[in-house]
Design a protein around this ligand. Sequence first.
Ligand code: SF4
Length: 410
Amino acid sequence: MKPLPLHIPVIQNWSCHSCTDCCRNQLLIRITPAEKERIENQNWSPTNGVDPDSMIVAEQDYFRLNHRADGTCVFLNEQGRCRIHEKFGEDAKPLACRLYPLTLTPVGGTLVVGLRFSCPSAAANRGTPLTSRETDLKKLAAEVVPPGFKQEPPPPIADAPDGDWAHFRRFIKWLDASMSPASDHTALKLIRTLHWLDAIERDKLDRVDGNTAEEILEGMVRSAARRFPSLPVPLEPPSRTGRILFRMMVGEHARAITVHDMNRPGRYRWRMLRVLWRFARAAGSTPEMRPELKPVPFSAVEQVSSRLSPSLDAALTRYFRMKIQSVGFCGRAFHNAPLIEGFRSLALLYPIILWLARWHAASHERQALVEEDLVRAITIADYHHGFSRWSRRRVRLLAQRNDIARLCAG
Ligand code: SF4
């Protein structure tokens, strides 16, 4: 089978800076039976730092590398390096480790490259352009796409099934165009985009195909820009329900979930219910959830200015455009959600990231946001965006009230 051509976004840089966040932060590294066998044949023993009896865990339907009690990978050594890599070279590591934080998503005959922004270097745009990694990416792609791979149909745009990839790509193109004007604030671009997507869904325009669809989308993107020329936008404040649901979602995104939690779901659920109740009331102090987000009065978070400098705002726009260009917000990459629903979930990350960034700033006694606050907030929020399906019902409720756009408006 001919390899699928790669589509590599040109707006993003990334190199691994060996911070070891991914080896410390409870990431579940699934391994195939062949990888399990390869690691077992590497002859690990307590004298070279790894107990072979507990290095791999058999879950119900897959194998994974084990964590130590503190959440670090069993193969991470005291110097912060991977023991497999050090002893046998990079190719001896499981594919999931070699791929992270890159993602490769089949999109209608191409393989689109994206990133998990739970990696701090990805969130901070640090490193060399992704386009310079083509050789490595091709090598990984050969392992990611199984022989005889057959492309699935695209996710629906709204609720009409049976679209084709050309139609889906047209929407991706116009979503990206809607989010791209460099002179406009990220919040404004999200509000415009949510506005024209609402109209597409309401008037069932996702069913129109071909050149007519192209003209309709272009017209809608332009008309949303005319309707919302600048901030502040003429929108009501979020509803009371919207504010409560939003705060609960901040609590969900702030959580750090461990393997220990997953193995004791009842206990974990109770702890999360207490957290969500605290966020719903927003009284007193924020709960203790992870070291970098300290318990501070809710009022202290609200006192941190949500103003973003042009460079911080550009970083957020890049984040959203990368999610769009890499199709990392719907379909296969996001719980098989249709494009419009997936975009609404993505847009909701804007106020969530801002709130987490302000919490991070308040935790470090700052009144204004700096890059570190935003980068940390993106890494925390994106981790849950990629892995959690908890929020979908709440996103629908918020969309019905137009609260997503209102929350983006601040
Ligand atoms: S989190 Fe990112 S930068 Fe840090 S070690 Fe992992 S891949 Fe490298």
